[in-house]
Design a protein around this ligand. Sequence first.
Ligand SMILES: Nc1ncnc2c1ncn2[C@@H]1O[C@H](COP(=O)(O)OP(=O)(O)OP(=O)(O)O)[C@@H](O)[C@H]1O
Ligand SMILES: [Mg+2]
Length: 311
Amino acid sequence: MNTGHRVAEPLLEPSHLAHQEGERMDQHIPVEAGSRDGVAGIGRIVAVASGKGGVGKSTVTVNLALALAGMGRTVAILDGDIYGPDVPILLGVRRRADVDERDALMPIGGGLAAAQRHQPLERHGLGVFSLAFLVGENQHLLPGNAALSGMLIRQILFDTDWGERDYLLIDLPPGTGEPQASLTSQIQLDGVVLVVTPQSTAVLDTTRSYQMFREAKTKILGLVENMSYFVCPHCGERLDMGGDNEDGRPALPTITAPVLGRLPFDPAVSRSTNSGRPVVLSEPSSVVAAVFRDIAETVDQTLYGGGGRPG
Ligand SMILES: Nc1ncnc2c1ncn2[C@@H]1O[C@H](COP(=O)(O)OP(=O)(O)OP(=O)(O)O)[C@@H](O)[C@H]1O
Ligand SMILES: [Mg+2]
């Protein structure tokens, strides 16, 4: 049940955005002690989630990570998408098509000995570990076993040597089932970034995700509206992508959260997916890259209050 949260202004109203931006300075969140024993070297753990598939979660994860790194933060990514672990591909890490099952085995239920702990790969200045590293590119992982996916994500979180990092970003699969439920109930997240597109189905699905994180008492850092508009490269006209009302905005939302940024649809993003160099690196002067840098500034302001990492 979600009593108690106020009926929101329309999700994407400019006035709403301005109002929320003004609140940034008040959002510093102290991290409480406990429930982070296995990841003591990590300053802030942030999930990137959405109720909807294909809205750009993985794209946001890798570009936000790179934008934070560009600010001097040390960042790692845990690819927690058991159904479509895309982070390695977005970062240009390819794997063998198939691996021997024995190479993919992890002991379930117990921590790994120090010598067996996973080492994150270093790529573009980011640490990365993915469930995909346990299988080949053409293989799927534990089909149909949702409970195990929750267990696995916890395990790779705690059995990977992340070292000292200011941030660990966790890219999640779509939906509100597993591994999201295990993650929110057993790991202290510092916040979640919700990714949404302007269409009402995406907003509806993301509203479910929003409710789930609220119920889990995870701080909603804000919404990223992806593929929000398109600027014609020939005439410069700006076209809004979707939105169901006459004013072009979705009819629903009961989401009250800051809008961290609106990203245009930009074919450079798709190109960067293929090249393994996310757009923040490959096209740093693009609007998309600039919006990602703004989002990173806001997230960092919220989670570190503009300061350095506490000792
Ligand atoms: N702003 C954008 N402009 C153009 N293409 C984009 C943009 N954002 C994402 N895409 C493209 O949309 C597709 C889906 O993006 P992505 O894989 O990040 O979504 P996802 O939410 O992680 O998907 P899944 O639910 O399958 O994990 C990719 O091909 C990506 O390149
Ligand atoms: Mg994804």
